[in-house]
Design a protein around this ligand. Sequence first.
Ligand SMILES: Nc1ncnc2c1ncn2[C@@H]1O[C@H](COP(=O)(O)OP(=O)(O)O)[C@@H](O)[C@H]1O
Ligand SMILES: O=C(O)[C@@H](O)C(=O)COP(=O)(O)O
Length: 426
Amino acid sequence: MSVVLGAIADDFTGASDLANNLVRAGMRCVQTIGVPREPLDVGDVDAVVVALKSRSCPAEQAVETSQAALDWLRGLGARQIFFKYCSTFDSTDAGNIGPVADALIERLGASQTVMVPAFPVNARTVYQGHLFVGDRLLNESGMEHHPLNPMTDADLVRVLGRQTPHPVGLLAHATLSRGAAAAGERLGALANEGVRHVICDALDEHDLAVLAEAVADHALVTGGSGLGQSLPEVYRRRGWLAPIDDAGRLAPAEGAALVLAGSCSRATLAQIAHFRHDHAVFELDPLALAEGDATLEAALDFARERLSETHPVLIAASAAPEQVRAAQQCLGVVRAGELVERALAELARRLVAEGVGRLVVAGGETSGAVISALGVETLRIGEQIDPGVPWMQTAVAGREAPLSVALKSGNFGGTDFFTRAFEVLS
Ligand SMILES: Nc1ncnc2c1ncn2[C@@H]1O[C@H](COP(=O)(O)OP(=O)(O)O)[C@@H](O)[C@H]1O
Ligand SMILES: O=C(O)[C@@H](O)C(=O)COP(=O)(O)O
Protein backbone atom coordinates (compact mmCIF):
# COMPACT_ATOMS: atom_id res chain seq x y z
CA MET A 1 0.00 0.00 0.00
CA SER A 2 1.29 3.51 -0.71
CA VAL A 3 0.62 6.90 0.83
CA VAL A 4 -3.11 7.62 0.60
CA LEU A 5 -3.26 11.15 1.92
CA GLY A 6 -0.68 13.91 1.57
CA ALA A 7 -1.42 16.99 3.63
CA ILE A 8 -0.01 20.50 3.52
CA ALA A 9 -0.65 22.36 6.78
CA ASP A 10 -0.20 26.13 6.98
CA ASP A 11 1.08 26.02 10.55
CA PHE A 12 2.63 23.57 12.98
CA THR A 13 -0.18 23.26 15.52
CA GLY A 14 -2.61 22.78 12.66
CA ALA A 15 -0.42 20.01 11.27
CA SER A 16 -0.38 18.10 14.55
CA ASP A 17 -4.13 18.67 14.93
CA LEU A 18 -4.74 17.00 11.56
CA ALA A 19 -2.17 14.25 12.19
CA ASN A 20 -3.86 13.53 15.53
CA ASN A 21 -7.26 13.07 13.90
CA LEU A 22 -5.85 10.85 11.16
CA VAL A 23 -4.09 8.65 13.72
CA ARG A 24 -7.21 8.42 15.88
CA ALA A 25 -9.15 7.32 12.82
CA GLY A 26 -6.57 4.55 12.23
CA MET A 27 -4.15 5.97 9.67
CA ARG A 28 -0.41 5.51 10.22
CA CYS A 29 0.84 9.05 9.95
CA VAL A 30 4.13 10.95 9.92
CA GLN A 31 4.39 14.70 10.37
CA THR A 32 7.34 16.42 8.72
CA ILE A 33 8.61 19.93 9.28
CA GLY A 34 8.70 21.31 5.76
CA VAL A 35 9.85 19.04 2.96
CA PRO A 36 12.54 16.78 4.47
CA ARG A 37 16.04 17.03 3.02
CA GLU A 38 16.54 13.26 3.22
CA PRO A 39 14.24 10.71 1.50
CA LEU A 40 11.46 9.58 3.85
CA ASP A 41 10.74 5.90 4.33
CA VAL A 42 6.98 5.63 3.82
CA GLY A 43 6.86 1.84 3.70
CA ASP A 44 4.31 1.60 6.53
CA VAL A 45 2.81 5.09 6.33
CA ASP A 46 -0.74 5.93 5.16
CA ALA A 47 -0.59 9.71 5.57
CA VAL A 48 2.13 12.34 5.54
CA VAL A 49 1.43 15.81 6.93
CA VAL A 50 3.89 18.51 5.92
CA ALA A 51 3.92 21.36 8.44
CA LEU A 52 4.66 24.77 6.91
CA LYS A 53 4.78 28.21 8.47
CA SER A 54 2.78 29.72 5.64
CA ARG A 55 -0.28 31.15 7.35
CA SER A 56 0.94 34.68 7.96
CA CYS A 57 3.85 35.12 5.56
CA PRO A 58 3.53 37.00 2.22
CA ALA A 59 1.15 35.14 -0.15
CA GLU A 60 3.81 34.48 -2.83
CA GLN A 61 5.98 32.74 -0.27
CA ALA A 62 3.04 30.66 0.99
CA VAL A 63 2.24 29.63 -2.60
CA GLU A 64 5.83 28.69 -3.31
CA THR A 65 6.35 26.54 -0.21
CA SER A 66 2.93 24.89 -0.63
CA GLN A 67 3.70 24.01 -4.27
CA ALA A 68 7.01 22.48 -3.24
CA ALA A 69 5.23 20.40 -0.59
CA LEU A 70 2.63 19.34 -3.17
CA ASP A 71 5.29 18.18 -5.63
CA TRP A 72 7.03 16.18 -2.91
CA LEU A 73 3.80 14.56 -1.70
CA ARG A 74 2.83 13.62 -5.24
CA GLY A 75 6.28 12.07 -5.60
CA LEU A 76 5.36 9.83 -2.65
CA GLY A 77 2.29 8.68 -4.59
CA ALA A 78 -0.37 10.39 -2.44
CA ARG A 79 -3.85 9.70 -3.85
CA GLN A 80 -5.44 12.77 -2.32
CA ILE A 81 -4.06 16.14 -1.20
CA PHE A 82 -5.41 17.95 1.88
CA PHE A 83 -4.65 21.66 2.38
CA LYS A 84 -5.09 22.16 6.13
CA TYR A 85 -5.77 25.67 7.48
CA CYS A 86 -7.30 26.88 10.69
CA SER A 87 -10.80 25.92 11.82
CA THR A 88 -11.25 29.67 12.39
CA PHE A 89 -10.21 30.33 8.77
CA ASP A 90 -7.25 32.48 9.87
CA SER A 91 -6.29 34.67 6.92
CA THR A 92 -6.35 38.25 5.66
CA ASP A 93 -7.64 39.86 2.46
CA ALA A 94 -4.12 39.29 1.03
CA GLY A 95 -4.40 35.53 1.65
CA ASN A 96 -3.16 33.01 2.25
CA ILE A 97 -6.03 30.51 1.93
CA GLY A 98 -7.30 31.76 -1.46
CA PRO A 99 -3.93 32.11 -3.24
CA VAL A 100 -2.62 28.75 -1.95
CA ALA A 101 -5.84 26.90 -2.83
CA ASP A 102 -5.79 28.44 -6.32
CA ALA A 103 -2.17 27.45 -6.86
CA LEU A 104 -2.79 23.86 -5.69
CA ILE A 105 -5.91 23.51 -7.87
CA GLU A 106 -3.95 24.70 -10.90
CA ARG A 107 -0.94 22.47 -10.27
CA LEU A 108 -3.17 19.44 -9.78
CA GLY A 109 -5.18 20.23 -12.90
CA ALA A 110 -8.35 20.14 -10.79
CA SER A 111 -11.41 22.27 -11.38
CA GLN A 112 -12.72 22.69 -7.87
CA THR A 113 -12.09 22.18 -4.19
CA VAL A 114 -14.28 22.08 -1.10
CA MET A 115 -13.52 24.33 1.88
CA VAL A 116 -14.44 22.60 5.15
CA PRO A 117 -13.18 24.48 8.22
CA ALA A 118 -15.75 22.93 10.61
CA PHE A 119 -14.38 21.06 13.64
CA PRO A 120 -17.51 20.33 15.70
CA VAL A 121 -15.78 18.60 18.63
CA ASN A 122 -14.04 21.94 19.24
CA ALA A 123 -17.26 23.88 18.60
CA ARG A 124 -16.36 25.24 15.16
CA THR A 125 -19.39 24.85 12.90
CA VAL A 126 -20.46 26.38 9.61
CA TYR A 127 -24.05 27.23 8.71
CA GLN A 128 -25.12 29.11 5.57
CA GLY A 129 -21.44 29.75 5.03
CA HIS A 130 -21.09 31.52 8.40
CA LEU A 131 -18.47 30.27 10.83
CA PHE A 132 -19.44 29.90 14.48
CA VAL A 133 -17.20 29.31 17.48
CA GLY A 134 -19.55 27.87 20.08
CA ASP A 135 -22.68 30.03 19.93
CA ARG A 136 -20.86 33.13 18.65
CA LEU A 137 -20.13 34.20 15.11
CA LEU A 138 -16.40 34.13 14.30
CA ASN A 139 -16.15 37.93 14.48
CA GLU A 140 -17.42 37.91 18.09
CA SER A 141 -15.41 34.90 19.25
CA GLY A 142 -12.23 36.66 20.33
CA MET A 143 -10.68 35.99 16.90
CA GLU A 144 -11.45 39.62 16.00
CA HIS A 145 -8.49 40.48 18.31
CA HIS A 146 -5.98 38.03 16.84
CA PRO A 147 -2.54 39.74 16.77
CA LEU A 148 -1.72 38.73 13.17
CA ASN A 149 -4.99 37.89 11.38
CA PRO A 150 -7.96 39.48 13.11
CA MET A 151 -11.14 37.77 11.82
CA THR A 152 -13.81 40.46 11.57
CA ASP A 153 -16.22 38.79 9.14
CA ALA A 154 -17.95 35.43 9.72
CA ASP A 155 -19.31 35.07 6.16
CA LEU A 156 -16.71 32.77 4.62
CA VAL A 157 -18.01 33.10 1.05
CA ARG A 158 -17.39 36.82 1.39
CA VAL A 159 -14.05 36.38 3.21
CA LEU A 160 -12.68 33.99 0.58
CA GLY A 161 -14.15 36.12 -2.22
CA ARG A 162 -11.66 38.83 -1.24
CA GLN A 163 -8.73 36.39 -1.54
CA THR A 164 -9.33 34.89 -4.98
CA PRO A 165 -10.37 36.19 -8.41
CA HIS A 166 -12.39 32.98 -8.93
CA PRO A 167 -16.05 32.41 -8.01
CA VAL A 168 -16.82 31.12 -4.52
CA GLY A 169 -19.95 29.02 -3.90
CA LEU A 170 -21.76 27.40 -0.99
CA LEU A 171 -22.75 23.81 -0.28
CA ALA A 172 -25.57 24.50 2.14
CA HIS A 173 -26.73 22.28 4.98
CA ALA A 174 -30.10 21.71 3.29
CA THR A 175 -28.31 19.84 0.49
CA LEU A 176 -25.91 18.07 2.82
CA SER A 177 -28.78 16.71 4.87
CA ARG A 178 -29.96 14.83 1.73
CA GLY A 179 -26.77 12.74 1.75
CA ALA A 180 -23.47 12.24 -0.08
CA ALA A 181 -24.99 11.69 -3.54
CA ALA A 182 -26.96 14.97 -3.33
CA ALA A 183 -23.86 16.78 -2.05
CA GLY A 184 -21.78 15.32 -4.90
CA GLU A 185 -24.38 16.37 -7.48
CA ARG A 186 -24.45 19.91 -6.16
CA LEU A 187 -20.65 20.11 -6.24
CA GLY A 188 -20.71 18.86 -9.83
CA ALA A 189 -23.32 21.44 -10.81
CA LEU A 190 -21.27 24.21 -9.20
CA ALA A 191 -18.14 22.99 -11.03
CA ASN A 192 -20.05 23.15 -14.34
CA GLU A 193 -20.90 26.76 -13.53
CA GLY A 194 -17.19 27.44 -13.04
CA VAL A 195 -17.35 27.69 -9.24
CA ARG A 196 -13.87 26.81 -8.07
CA HIS A 197 -14.13 27.13 -4.31
CA VAL A 198 -17.06 25.73 -2.37
CA ILE A 199 -17.50 26.70 1.28
CA CYS A 200 -19.25 23.76 2.95
CA ASP A 201 -21.66 23.92 5.84
CA ALA A 202 -21.15 21.29 8.55
CA LEU A 203 -22.77 21.19 11.97
CA ASP A 204 -21.69 17.83 13.33
CA GLU A 205 -19.72 14.64 12.73
CA HIS A 206 -22.50 13.24 10.57
CA ASP A 207 -22.23 16.19 8.16
CA LEU A 208 -18.46 15.64 8.00
CA ALA A 209 -18.98 11.95 7.21
CA VAL A 210 -21.36 12.88 4.37
CA LEU A 211 -18.84 15.38 3.02
CA ALA A 212 -15.99 12.86 3.26
CA GLU A 213 -17.99 10.37 1.22
CA ALA A 214 -18.79 13.03 -1.38
CA VAL A 215 -15.20 14.23 -1.83
CA ALA A 216 -12.98 11.17 -1.29
CA ASP A 217 -12.19 11.08 -5.03
CA HIS A 218 -11.36 14.77 -5.34
CA ALA A 219 -7.70 15.44 -6.08
CA LEU A 220 -7.71 18.25 -3.50
CA VAL A 221 -9.70 18.90 -0.34
CA THR A 222 -9.16 21.80 2.04
CA GLY A 223 -10.23 22.61 5.55
CA GLY A 224 -9.72 22.11 9.25
CA SER A 225 -8.89 18.80 10.87
CA GLY A 226 -12.56 17.81 11.25
CA LEU A 227 -12.70 16.45 7.71
CA GLY A 228 -9.58 14.46 8.60
CA GLN A 229 -11.61 12.56 11.20
CA SER A 230 -13.99 11.31 8.54
CA LEU A 231 -11.92 10.64 5.43
CA PRO A 232 -10.07 7.55 6.78
CA GLU A 233 -13.31 5.61 7.19
CA VAL A 234 -14.14 6.20 3.53
CA TYR A 235 -10.61 5.21 2.48
CA ARG A 236 -10.96 2.03 4.55
CA ARG A 237 -14.26 1.09 2.91
CA ARG A 238 -12.52 1.44 -0.45
CA GLY A 239 -9.73 -0.92 0.62
CA TRP A 240 -7.04 1.77 0.51
CA LEU A 241 -5.87 1.25 4.13
CA ALA A 242 -4.23 -1.65 5.92
CA PRO A 243 -6.13 -2.95 8.99
CA ILE A 244 -5.88 -0.61 12.00
CA ASP A 245 -2.89 -1.18 14.26
CA ASP A 246 -1.81 0.75 17.35
CA ALA A 247 -1.04 3.92 15.46
CA GLY A 248 -0.19 6.18 18.42
CA ARG A 249 2.19 4.83 21.09
CA LEU A 250 5.33 6.72 22.13
CA ALA A 251 8.41 5.87 24.21
CA PRO A 252 8.31 6.89 27.91
CA ALA A 253 8.97 10.63 28.37
CA GLU A 254 12.12 11.87 30.07
CA GLY A 255 13.33 15.28 31.23
CA ALA A 256 12.10 18.52 32.78
CA ALA A 257 8.71 20.03 31.96
CA LEU A 258 8.37 23.45 30.31
CA VAL A 259 5.52 25.44 28.77
CA LEU A 260 6.18 28.29 26.32
CA ALA A 261 3.21 30.46 25.33
CA GLY A 262 3.01 33.05 22.57
CA SER A 263 -0.69 32.70 21.85
CA CYS A 264 -2.87 35.61 22.99
CA SER A 265 -6.17 33.78 22.46
CA ARG A 266 -8.92 33.77 25.07
CA ALA A 267 -8.37 30.06 25.69
CA THR A 268 -4.61 30.44 26.26
CA LEU A 269 -5.09 33.45 28.56
CA ALA A 270 -7.56 31.41 30.67
CA GLN A 271 -5.14 28.44 30.73
CA ILE A 272 -2.31 30.69 31.95
CA ALA A 273 -4.55 32.19 34.67
CA HIS A 274 -5.43 28.66 35.82
CA PHE A 275 -1.81 27.49 35.79
CA ARG A 276 -0.73 30.55 37.80
CA HIS A 277 -2.72 29.35 40.86
CA ASP A 278 -0.14 26.66 41.68
CA HIS A 279 2.82 27.17 39.40
CA ALA A 280 5.55 29.64 38.50
CA VAL A 281 5.01 31.94 35.50
CA PHE A 282 7.51 34.31 33.86
CA GLU A 283 6.01 37.09 31.73
CA LEU A 284 7.92 38.13 28.62
CA ASP A 285 7.22 41.70 27.54
CA PRO A 286 7.94 42.50 23.86
CA LEU A 287 8.80 46.10 24.77
CA ALA A 288 11.46 44.85 27.18
CA LEU A 289 12.69 42.33 24.57
CA ALA A 290 13.20 45.23 22.16
CA GLU A 291 15.57 46.85 24.67
CA GLY A 292 18.15 44.02 24.66
CA ASP A 293 18.92 40.56 26.05
CA ALA A 294 18.36 41.19 29.76
CA THR A 295 14.75 39.88 29.75
CA LEU A 296 15.75 36.73 27.92
CA GLU A 297 18.53 36.06 30.42
CA ALA A 298 16.14 36.70 33.31
CA ALA A 299 13.66 34.19 31.81
CA LEU A 300 16.45 31.62 31.48
CA ASP A 301 17.52 32.10 35.10
CA PHE A 302 13.91 31.87 36.25
CA ALA A 303 13.46 28.57 34.42
CA ARG A 304 16.83 27.08 35.44
CA GLU A 305 16.06 27.66 39.13
CA ARG A 306 12.72 25.87 38.93
CA LEU A 307 12.83 23.21 36.21
CA SER A 308 11.78 19.73 37.31
CA GLU A 309 10.18 16.61 35.86
CA THR A 310 7.10 16.97 38.01
CA HIS A 311 6.44 20.73 38.23
CA PRO A 312 6.17 22.48 34.88
CA VAL A 313 7.36 26.07 34.52
CA LEU A 314 5.63 28.50 32.16
CA ILE A 315 7.18 31.38 30.22
CA ALA A 316 4.55 33.45 28.43
CA ALA A 317 4.44 36.51 26.21
CA SER A 318 0.66 36.11 25.99
CA ALA A 319 -1.20 39.30 26.86
CA ALA A 320 -4.70 40.78 26.75
CA PRO A 321 -5.80 42.63 23.58
CA GLU A 322 -5.11 46.13 24.96
CA GLN A 323 -1.53 45.21 25.95
CA VAL A 324 -0.93 43.55 22.58
CA ARG A 325 -2.21 46.67 20.82
CA ALA A 326 0.07 48.90 22.92
CA ALA A 327 3.13 46.76 22.05
CA GLN A 328 2.15 46.71 18.37
CA GLN A 329 1.66 50.49 18.26
CA CYS A 330 5.12 50.95 19.65
CA LEU A 331 6.99 48.24 17.71
CA GLY A 332 4.78 47.46 14.72
CA VAL A 333 2.73 44.25 14.37
CA VAL A 334 5.42 42.26 12.59
CA ARG A 335 8.32 43.30 14.85
CA ALA A 336 6.33 42.68 18.04
CA GLY A 337 5.47 39.17 16.84
CA GLU A 338 9.00 38.46 15.67
CA LEU A 339 10.60 39.61 18.92
CA VAL A 340 8.36 37.29 20.91
CA GLU A 341 8.76 34.35 18.54
CA ARG A 342 12.54 34.72 18.44
CA ALA A 343 12.78 34.93 22.24
CA LEU A 344 10.60 31.85 22.81
CA ALA A 345 12.52 29.93 20.15
CA GLU A 346 15.84 30.81 21.78
CA LEU A 347 14.52 29.80 25.21
CA ALA A 348 13.40 26.45 23.81
CA ARG A 349 16.74 25.84 22.13
CA ARG A 350 18.77 26.59 25.26
CA LEU A 351 16.51 24.91 27.80
CA VAL A 352 16.11 21.71 25.75
CA ALA A 353 19.91 21.58 25.51
CA GLU A 354 19.95 21.89 29.32
CA GLY A 355 17.55 19.02 30.00
CA VAL A 356 13.96 19.93 29.14
CA GLY A 357 12.41 16.78 27.71
CA ARG A 358 8.67 17.52 27.98
CA LEU A 359 7.72 20.68 26.15
CA VAL A 360 4.32 22.27 25.54
CA VAL A 361 4.15 25.23 23.14
CA ALA A 362 1.01 27.36 22.86
CA GLY A 363 0.31 29.15 19.59
CA GLY A 364 0.63 28.24 15.93
CA GLU A 365 3.19 30.83 14.84
CA THR A 366 4.97 30.37 18.13
CA SER A 367 5.17 26.60 17.62
CA GLY A 368 6.57 27.17 14.13
CA ALA A 369 9.34 29.35 15.52
CA VAL A 370 10.16 26.95 18.39
CA ILE A 371 10.13 23.73 16.36
CA SER A 372 12.23 25.30 13.60
CA ALA A 373 14.79 26.53 16.15
CA LEU A 374 15.06 23.00 17.56
CA GLY A 375 15.91 21.66 14.10
CA VAL A 376 13.09 19.09 14.23
CA GLU A 377 12.49 17.21 10.97
CA THR A 378 9.83 14.58 11.69
CA LEU A 379 7.42 13.88 14.55
CA ARG A 380 5.61 10.74 15.66
CA ILE A 381 2.08 11.21 16.96
CA GLY A 382 1.08 9.88 20.38
CA GLU A 383 -1.72 10.25 22.87
CA GLN A 384 -4.28 13.04 22.62
CA ILE A 385 -4.34 15.57 25.48
CA ASP A 386 -7.46 17.41 24.34
CA PRO A 387 -9.22 17.34 20.94
CA GLY A 388 -6.78 18.68 18.36
CA VAL A 389 -3.65 18.40 20.53
CA PRO A 390 -1.56 15.20 20.73
CA TRP A 391 1.74 14.52 22.44
CA MET A 392 4.42 13.88 19.84
CA GLN A 393 8.00 12.68 19.94
CA THR A 394 11.01 13.70 17.95
CA ALA A 395 14.78 13.44 17.91
CA VAL A 396 16.74 16.61 18.59
CA ALA A 397 20.49 17.06 18.22
CA GLY A 398 22.40 16.76 21.49
CA ARG A 399 19.65 14.81 23.32
CA GLU A 400 19.83 11.07 23.64
CA ALA A 401 16.22 10.44 24.66
CA PRO A 402 13.45 11.68 22.37
CA LEU A 403 11.90 15.09 23.09
CA SER A 404 8.20 14.88 23.95
CA VAL A 405 6.41 17.89 22.56
CA ALA A 406 2.82 19.13 22.33
CA LEU A 407 1.89 22.03 20.06
CA LYS A 408 -1.30 23.61 21.32
CA SER A 409 -3.38 25.66 18.97
CA GLY A 410 -4.10 28.98 20.63
CA ASN A 411 -7.79 28.29 20.88
CA PHE A 412 -7.75 24.64 21.90
CA GLY A 413 -7.69 22.88 25.25
CA GLY A 414 -9.50 23.02 28.58
CA THR A 415 -8.50 25.59 31.21
CA ASP A 416 -6.29 23.06 33.05
CA PHE A 417 -4.43 22.15 29.85
CA PHE A 418 -0.96 23.21 31.01
CA THR A 419 -1.01 20.92 34.03
CA ARG A 420 -3.09 18.05 32.66
CA ALA A 421 -0.88 17.72 29.58
CA PHE A 422 1.95 16.46 31.79
CA GLU A 423 -0.35 14.13 33.71
CA VAL A 424 -1.43 12.51 30.43
CA LEU A 425 2.24 12.03 29.54
CA SER A 426 3.15 10.26 32.74
N1 LIG B 1 2.47 40.52 24.16
C1 LIG B 1 2.45 40.44 22.81
N2 LIG B 1 2.39 41.54 22.05
C2 LIG B 1 2.38 41.43 20.69
N3 LIG B 1 2.41 40.27 20.01
C3 LIG B 1 2.48 39.15 20.73
C4 LIG B 1 2.50 39.18 22.16
N4 LIG B 1 2.57 37.91 22.61
C5 LIG B 1 2.58 37.13 21.52
N5 LIG B 1 2.55 37.86 20.38
C6 LIG B 1 2.54 37.36 18.99
O1 LIG B 1 1.21 36.99 18.67
C7 LIG B 1 1.24 35.94 17.70
C8 LIG B 1 0.30 34.85 18.20
O2 LIG B 1 0.12 33.92 17.18
P1 LIG B 1 0.15 32.36 17.42
O3 LIG B 1 1.40 31.94 18.07
O4 LIG B 1 -0.16 31.76 16.09
O5 LIG B 1 -1.04 32.12 18.42
P2 LIG B 1 -2.51 31.54 18.11
O6 LIG B 1 -2.34 30.08 18.02
O7 LIG B 1 -3.33 31.97 19.28
O8 LIG B 1 -2.95 32.11 16.80
C9 LIG B 1 2.69 35.49 17.60
O9 LIG B 1 3.29 36.03 16.44
C10 LIG B 1 3.32 36.08 18.85
O10 LIG B 1 4.70 36.30 18.70
O1 LIG C 1 -7.77 24.15 12.92
C1 LIG C 1 -7.43 24.63 13.99
O2 LIG C 1 -8.16 25.35 14.68
C2 LIG C 1 -6.01 24.37 14.45
O3 LIG C 1 -5.54 23.17 13.96
C3 LIG C 1 -5.08 25.41 13.98
O4 LIG C 1 -4.88 25.61 12.80
C4 LIG C 1 -4.40 26.11 15.01
O5 LIG C 1 -3.96 27.42 14.70
P1 LIG C 1 -3.53 28.40 15.90
O6 LIG C 1 -4.76 28.78 16.64
O7 LIG C 1 -2.85 29.57 15.26
O8 LIG C 1 -2.58 27.63 16.77
